[in-house]
Design a protein around this ligand. Structure first.
Ligand code: GUN
Length: 276
């Protein structure tokens, strides 16, 4: 049976490390949610609760699903105020909105998600201003459990700007060998079997990471999340995969709490930098 990677324990450590920094500054995080995507509502609530737990002020803006790109860009006039120090727009956005324009309109110094092209570019150069929250959470998890990256082959099943692409850059910077897979990848099973570490982040019912795709000793980081009836499930068929591999993060209580922990870390960092 695999070692279960406990995201809550790692997140507690991240939050404990932040407490003394928060006693010296007064960060404010602004969060924008558009529409009523159930997963986004859950994520935003987790962010709000974590802010409250650490005493980070937050302000919340909810737009209806039929709002316009201009309304969100107007809201982003917050950029030029002293506060908030961190600004994020929860994704995905309804299709009629210009997501790229909205992300590019966030002040990069307040872009605590690290989605702005300037921040993604700095990350690619190995000179990050912020680390994107989910990839940073994954690296925190591996570090906490002393899982080395140098020379390891990491297979990532996701190619989004939220997870796969920035994670690949961070892993290359950490001297891992990286394969990025997506829906057009042929023979995913063979590729997964060559991995030392698999990061899977699909979250769709048609895809599962099954026991025949993994082998003894591997590390499985499961970022996928979807509802099956009343239960929340990750990408891995946990019971069978955990029997085979060396380490596995569960869902829930795996990477999720770390994403939020790293968001708080970026918010504190933004506040410290802007207060200098
Ligand atoms: N949607 C899924 N993950 C994230 C995230 O980390 N930040 C934002 N803004 N939207 C998301």
């Amino acid at each position: 049976m695999a070692v279960i990677l406990d995201g809550r324990a790692v997140a507690t450590k991240i939050k404990d490390d932040l407490r003394s920094r928060i006693s010296k500054v007064k960060p404010l995080l602004a969060v924008c949610l558009v529409g009523s995507d159930p997963a986004s509502e859950i994520y935003v609530n987790h962010k709000r609760k974590a802010c409250e737990e650490l005493g980070i002020d937050h302000q919340f803006q909810h737009f209806t699903a039929d709002c316009t790109t201009e309304q969100i860009i107007d809201w982003l006039q917050l950029n030029s105020l002293d506060e908030p120090h961190g600004i994020l727009v929860q994704l995905p956005l309804p299709a009629h909105l210009d997501k790229d324009l909205i992300i590019q309109s966030i002040d990069p110094r307040k872009d605590v998600d690290c989605f702005h092209p300037e921040n993604q570019g700095l990350l690619m150069l190995g000179q990050p201003r912020f680390l994107p929250c989910t990839p940073a959470g994954i690296l925190e998890m591996l570090h906490y459990y002393s899982i080395a990256l140098e020379g390891q082959h990491v297979v990532i099943v996701n190619s989004s700007i939220i997870v796969g692409k920035p994670l690949a850059m961070m892993l290359v910077n950490a001297r891992a060998t990286v394969t990025v897979c997506h829906e057009y990848t042929r023979d995913l099973q063979s590729i997964c079997l060559t991995a030392d570490i698999i990061v899977t982040a699909v979250g769709k019912e048609h895809y599962r990471l099954t026991a025949d795709m993994v082998k003894k000793g591997q590390v499985i980081i499961d970022v996928g999340i979807f509802r099956e009836g009343r239960k929340i499930r990750g990408d891995a068929v946990f019971e069978e995969v955990a029997q085979k591999v060396g380490f596995i993060s569960p869902c829930p209580n795996g990477v999720g709490p770390l994403t939020v922990g790293c968001l708080l870390k970026n918010t504190v960092q933004a506040c410290e930098s802007l207060s200098k």
